[in-house]
Design a protein around this ligand. Structure first.
Ligand SMILES: C[S@@+](CC[C@H](N)C(=O)[O-])C[C@H]1O[C@@H](n2cnc3c(N)ncnc32)[C@H](O)[C@@H]1O
Length: 271
């Protein structure tokens, strides 16, 4: 498999994650933001946004999640992941993701929330606006859990990426501050993170800035281009003391190499 984009910390594959994940080797964590369920998409005008750029009109958007994709991705991340699996979803789909993750053998841990500080109001004014997004948190079963957040709750509070922000080029990007917090809380320097729904590449940007590595998959070539451009410009690590790793990405392909450090803290990994 040839990556669409590659640097010392990141590999991005263009294609459907159902085709690509079966070809990948093990990862330390999976952190992703799949399309939301049809009910949430119907209510979210931001799923399709038209921009004018360089004199041309571009429409950003993508199809809603279907059950088959949710189940297939849960099965694959359960097979590949040695520690944390974090899935962003609409609040109404928490039980569905929890069910497909536990059905794939993962241990459900908790559901976290992002309180969107400056999210859109309810324009009709006849009901409360949706002010939350959920993050279903699971872990490899039979394996000791560990995170860097101490006794903190799984609550992240902060602003959305505004539609008119300079450089915004995805219909529903996660904010960088949010992914930086999650990556630093759940992962360690040098860890390998999988994001099968890359979008504009925010998970990889956070990973790279914090000295982690990231393998991503994205179905839309337009978003691959956006993510590749963003990552190629994103050279500076955020924190000097956690600076970049020079360890190359593991072999990606049908043969499965084991990351030596992770193998020691997760002896109970199923095969
Ligand atoms: C919610 S967005 C992710 C946004 C991302 N977190 C960011 O910050 O930009 C979901 C992405 O998944 C992609 N996608 C949908 N189905 C996919 C599939 N089967 N395989 C790979 N990517 C897919 C969509 O094109 C979309 O860009």
């Amino acid at each position: 498999m040839t990556p669409y984009y590659e640097d010392s910390a990141v590999q991005l594959f263009h294609g459907d994650c159902r085709d690509i994940l079966p070809q990948l080797g093990p990862v330390d964590h999976s952190m992703f933001d799949a399309p939301y369920a049809p009910v949430a998409v119907r209510n979210a005008s931001r799923m399709n946004i038209t921009y004018r750029r360089d004199g041309k009109m571009y429409t950003f958007g993508y199809a809603a999640l279907d059950r088959g994709l949710r189940v297939a991705v849960s099965r694959e991340v359960a097979r590949l992941t040695r520690r944390w699996v974090l899935s962003w979803c609409d609040v109404e789909s928490i039980h569905r993701w929890r069910g497909s993750m536990t059905g794939s053998g993962l241990r459900y841990v908790r559901t976290g929330v992002w309180v969107r500080q400056n999210g859109a109001p309810q324009f009709s004014g006849d009901r409360p606006a949706q002010g939350l997004e959920a993050c279903v948190i699971a872990h490899l079963a039979g394996c000791r859990m560990r995170w860097n957040g101490g006794g903190l709750p799984a609550i992240w509070i902060g602003p959305i990426v505004h539609a008119n922000s300079t450089g915004r080029n995805h219909s529903s990007p996660k904010p960088e501050w949010l992914m930086v917090q999650q990556v630093s809380q759940f992962t360690d320097v040098g860890d390998l993170i999988l994001d099968p729904f890359a979008g504009s590449g925010t998970t990889a940007v956070a990973a790279k800035r914090l000295g982690r590595r990231c393998i991503m998959v994205e179905k839309s070539e337009m978003y691959c281009e956006v993510a590749a451009k963003r990552l190629s410009q994103d050279a500076l690590p955020l924190y000097r003391d956690q600076g970049g790793t020079s360890e190359p990405l593991p072999h990606v392909g049908p043969s499965r190499s084991v990351h030596p450090r992770s193998a020691t803290h997760c002896q109970a990994r199923r095969t």
